[in-house]
Design a binder for this molecule. Structure first.
Ligand SMILES: Cc1cc2nc3c(=O)[nH]c(=O)nc-3n(C[C@H](O)[C@H](O)[C@H](O)COP(=O)(O)O)c2cc1C
Length: 453
């Protein structure tokens, strides 16, 4: 019997997840602003049959120069807007999925439905939306707000936002367009649906001015860890991106999301849990560890401290080789990260310097240092033990990270029957093996409403 295969995504933000990646001698320092760098990486990932490319996003520069002098040393100041970048990559690729992040706090549902609907048409059914609520005041300051919306309001808005977007994506039945030149009828009136949504946060009439998606609707992704985040994932989403470092907490989170699906009439296999993974791989373990140490040396201490600032406040007055203090969870921006970092420091007995070096390597993603066999052993173990359905590779450096993965890790994964040799279909949904959601109007033709002329 053939073995169950893993799904694989490639995260490309800033051309690598290592905080000092731009300082590496072989990395183009301004790579995050260069279309050509992304194109080469995307084409390598597609040749390797990756399921998707992923671009995380924040709508604005989230840094605020704390501690002072850190901001001008960070690469997190400039990048390309994800949906624009993926739209440009669309026609230059054929099979690989295109996952762009967009915020429900600083957009309107109609915009999102239209833009992702269009990317889906342009790419032949390969678009996906990573739904986020955003988490920083810096983003709010770019949108005429003095601070971000409170947590509950953000998620309440997100829930209604997704409901409206999915409703708009059902505006047209698949066979709505008659395009009958003879009779002059462009579409079948019974097959166009007006949403007429009126809710707490949005009033949206519809219909959407984009036809139905080639994959039923674009893929929806979520990464919210909190109760409302998991609820949105279980009700609407096809995939969850997760960042977990220990097996037990990954398994708990995996089950927590999957257990919710039944309530919404969905199967456990209708949603894929994708774990962020940073492999630092060498032909020998020694080579891999050398690479790791080379990467550690690229982290400027002040940039390291700035990474901890949002979770712990200013630690620059404390000895770098001393213990990590407990964070004040009522004051931090990203609670889940603060908890995770503190927990990591406690469990592994890390000093402040060791903690920022660990996070600086791949933010909060799981890192494996070793040979291809070491990496694949660990991937298989987490996959088999109900911690992940696949992995979102978050390389420290690009293009190195993808090149090493393709050259060393993929052959080992394929040898063990864990990854495809060819794409199964054309759309992202087909390749992920996910069901096509029925239109909300499919079973209730009598409830169809038509737009008054
Ligand atoms: C793998 C991963 C990718 C994420 N990508 C983004 C992103 O691109 N933009 C963003 O604002 N937040 C992003 N987040 C943060 C989540 O949207 C969410 O705020 C965070 O996981 C905490 O969950 P909570 O909001 O339910 O507390 C990401 C989280 C994870 C784990």
């Amino acid at each position: 019997m053939s073995k169950k295969q893993m799904k694989l995504g490639l995260s490309m933000r800033y051309m690598g997840y290592h905080v000092g990646s731009w300082r590496h001698p072989d990395v183009p320092a301004d790579g995050a602003s260069l279309f050509q760098s992304f194109l080469e990486v995307a084409q390598t990932a597609e040749r390797a049959k990756f399921d998707m490319l992923f671009l995380a996003d924040g709508i604005g520069v989230r840094l605020d120069d704390k501690p002072k002098g850190s901001m001008c040393r960070s690469r997190h100041n400039v990048e390309l807007e994800p949906l624009t970048l993926l739209s440009a990559l669309g026609p230059l690729t054929r099979n690989i999925g295109l996952v762009a992040t967009a915020s429900t706090t600083y957009n309107e549902p109609y915009h999102i439905a239209r833009k992702y609907g269009s990317l889906d048409q342009i790419s032949g059914g390969r678009a996906a939306w990573n739904v986020v609520t955003s988490w920083s005041d810096q983003e709010a300051w770019n949108f005429s707000m003095s601070k971000q919306l409170d947590y509950d309001t953000r998620y309440e808005r997100a829930h209604e936002f997704v409901e409206v977007v999915t409703g708009l994506w059902d505006s047209w039945d698949e066979d709505a367009f008659l395009l009958d030149k003879e009779s002059g009828v462009f579409y079948d009136e019974k097959k166009m649906h007006v949403l007429d949504h009126v809710g707490k946060h949005f009033s949206v009439r519809g219909p959407l001015s984009v036809r139905r998606s080639p994959q039923g609707r674009p893929i929806l992704v979520q990464a919210g860890v909190s109760e409302p985040g998991q609820q949105i994932a279980a009700e609407y989403c096809d995939m969850v991106f997760m960042a977990k470092n220990d097996l037990k907490s990954a398994q708990d989170y995996y089950s927590s999301v999957k257990d919710r699906l039944e309530h919404f009439g969905r199967k456990r296999s209708d949603l894929l849990m994708m774990l962020g993974l940073t492999p630092i791989v060498g032909r020998t373990r020694e080579e891999a560890h050398e690479k790791y140490e080379q990467l550690e040396a690229l982290i400027d201490p002040i940039v390291g401290l700035s990474m901890l600032y949002r979770s712990f406040g200013d630690l620059s007055h404390l000895p770098l080789d001393g213990p990590v203090p407990k964070p004040d969870l009522d004051k931090v921006g990203l609670k889940s990260s603060a908890e995770m970092y503190y927990d990591l420091a406690q469990k592994q007995g890390l000093t402040i310097r060791q903690l920022y070096k660990k996070i600086g390597m791949a933010q909060e993603h799981k890192t494996i240092v070793g040979t291809a066999a070491d990496v694949v052993d660990e991937m298989e173990s987490w996959f088999e033990q109900g911690a992940a359905d696949g992995f979102n590779i978050t390389p420290s450096l690009l293009p190195h990270g993808i090149n090493d993965f393709v050259e060393l890790v993929l052959p080992e994964l394929r040898k063990r029957g864990r990854f495809r040799d060819e794409y199964e279909g054309r759309t992202l949904r087909e390749n992920l093996g996910l069901p096509v959601p029925a239109s909300r109007y499919a079973a209730t033709a009598s409830s169809d409403r038509r737009l008054a002329s």
